[in-house]
Write a protein that binds this ligand. Sequence first.
Ligand SMILES: Cc1cc2nc3c(=O)[nH]c(=O)nc-3n(C[C@H](O)[C@H](O)[C@H](O)COP(=O)(O)OP(=O)(O)OC[C@H]3O[C@@H](n4cnc5c(N)ncnc54)[C@H](O)[C@@H]3O)c2cc1C
Length: 123
Amino acid sequence: MLHSLKQIYPTVDIASHIIGEPIRVSWEDDPNFMGVFSNNLPGHYRYQERLYTHFMQDGMDAAHRGIYLAGDGVSWTGGWADGAVTTGLNAVWGVMTQLGGKTSPDNPGPGDRFDELKPLRLP
Ligand SMILES: Cc1cc2nc3c(=O)[nH]c(=O)nc-3n(C[C@H](O)[C@H](O)[C@H](O)COP(=O)(O)OP(=O)(O)OC[C@H]3O[C@@H](n4cnc5c(N)ncnc54)[C@H](O)[C@@H]3O)c2cc1C
């Protein structure tokens, strides 16, 4: 990497700013590592759809409501920061709704137009 950066910024001495031994942690060592775009592989659609839409809990039994997940693991676009953010917004909307809150009509949240925009549920 230092070699490549030197080609791009020949006058910047990046190496001199490194004060410790770099540590490399490979995600390939993580348990259940599935590579990039996990949850988006062939055959994953049913799981992905259920995970991604779990924040819509109106139809759930009361005993099963109240756990909201966010982040890459429930993302529609696994492997992209965008999905981590959108699932965070989904989870916040879910918590707000469960506690009786509402969004402004001028600024609907992810669940407000869900019926119109939701991903297809396979039979
Ligand atoms: C090599 C690589 C390149 C990428 N490039 C891009 C890119 O170019 N563009 C893009 O949009 N996305 C990219 N991504 C994906 C992006 O980084 C992720 O989608 C995003 O970081 C997911 O955010 P997250 O908050 O869901 O999870 P993470 O960022 O993984 O955050 C999860 C956090 O939880 C912590 N944690 C885990 N277990 C526990 C525990 N038991 N207790 C407490 N804390 C815990 C972890 O330490 C971590 O800090 C890349 C990912 C990788 C690995």
